[in-house]
Ligand binder design. Sequence first.
Ligand code: HEM
Length: 432
Amino acid sequence: MSSSSGEVPTPGPLQPVGDAGELSRFNPFDPAILAQPWEYNDRLVAEAPVHREPNTGLILVSSYELVNQVLNDYETFSNRFMLMMGGGTKAKVPSAVAEVMKGGYPPVDTMLTADPPEQRRFRSLVNKGFSLRRVGALAPRIEALVGELIDGFAQEGRVELRSQFAVPLPLTVIAEQLGVPREDLAKFKQWSDGFVAQLGGMASTEEQVEAWKRIVEFQRYFEKVLKDRAENPRADILSAVVNARVEGEASLDTAECLSILQQLLVAGNETTASAICQGVHLLMENPDQLARLRENPDGIPNAVEEILRLTTPTANMWRVCIRDTVLGGVEIAAGSAMLVRFSAANRDPAVFPDPHAFDAGRANAHDHLAFGAGVHFCLGAQLARMEMTKAFEALLERLPNLRAPDGSGPPVYPPNILLRGMAALPLEFDPA
Ligand code: HEM
């Protein structure tokens, strides 16, 4: 079955595809593998960089070279993957979920879930809101926010870093840019959690119903704010999105704006929070690197790249193959559902020598694929880099003698096929 561009073939239900040898004892959805994918990833890169996964029927792509090839070939590997998940524009959803969805705007595929040329239209309208100049202008605000958050716990000598720092930092930055007042931040977090649950594709019907209730609430809230910004633009990203005009392109309608806001909300929060927590954890596990950065904070931007490489918060991303092809010697039929394993590519020994080692000064750390590549390269990469750099600069300076509290076990990673992040990171340090 072959398909030219245009209509994306609807993937059928995932089916086991037979024994693929010893690798079949791993299941990519197994919570233990989601938490610690490294052994599996190493074996995939070495033995089967394109792997027809027998438990799920998914095609897994893992080596750096082939992940890069997929990311740069949108004509073969489509991002219109919402078809595979509950909530896509044409997806079949359980009736209880459909009932809740009726109360809101219909889901539309925009940046992350669209292909060029439509995807380009959205990106060109939104890029302005995330230009280097605009992100640069946020530096003082991000620095102040980092300082305020640390002030909140510096004297106590202990903190749960995720809830008290890593989540509120990107959440507040993006909320301010979307014009959400502080008192609505908790609601904002709930909406973000709703989107994450839906994107992960692992939610039960009841969880999907809950997630969609939050999404509809989000849509109702922003419907009003969008209208206000169209009439009274401010100097925030939301106004830039609503009022974006590109010559020859139609401006965004409400459903499109809402879809874009959803993506900004999810992409900007969980990923950055995860990178900060995992980065601090890595630094504590590598005290030589921590000491090196405390002595030489100029090394922090490169360390941020190395942390992104090793932690890869977006561990996997979906693709749908839309025409028969051969990748890495493996035939892939149009309609195949694929999982691009960023977390494996970022530890491919062909590109990163001694790939599991944390080397804050690694010369090619910047070559990681944690922000993707090609047309979907992360819109918020510069913002995330700035938030992480400011966060690590201040945490290293202000929290001396960082350590795990006695009796705290290893970090827990809630199962999510796309986003890998810690549930919590309790820390102790010498109080200010
Ligand atoms: C450490 C933090 C972050 C990581 C690891 C990350 C990772 C990624 C990755 C891997 C992609 C590409 C997905 C694909 O190829 O299908 C992506 C796309 C995207 N990211 Fe990020 N991201 C981060 C932070 C942010 C922030 C702060 C924002 C915005 C506030 C953001 C907004 C987006 C958007 C809108 C897209 C879709 C772009 C498109 O499809 O054209 N991200 N991100």
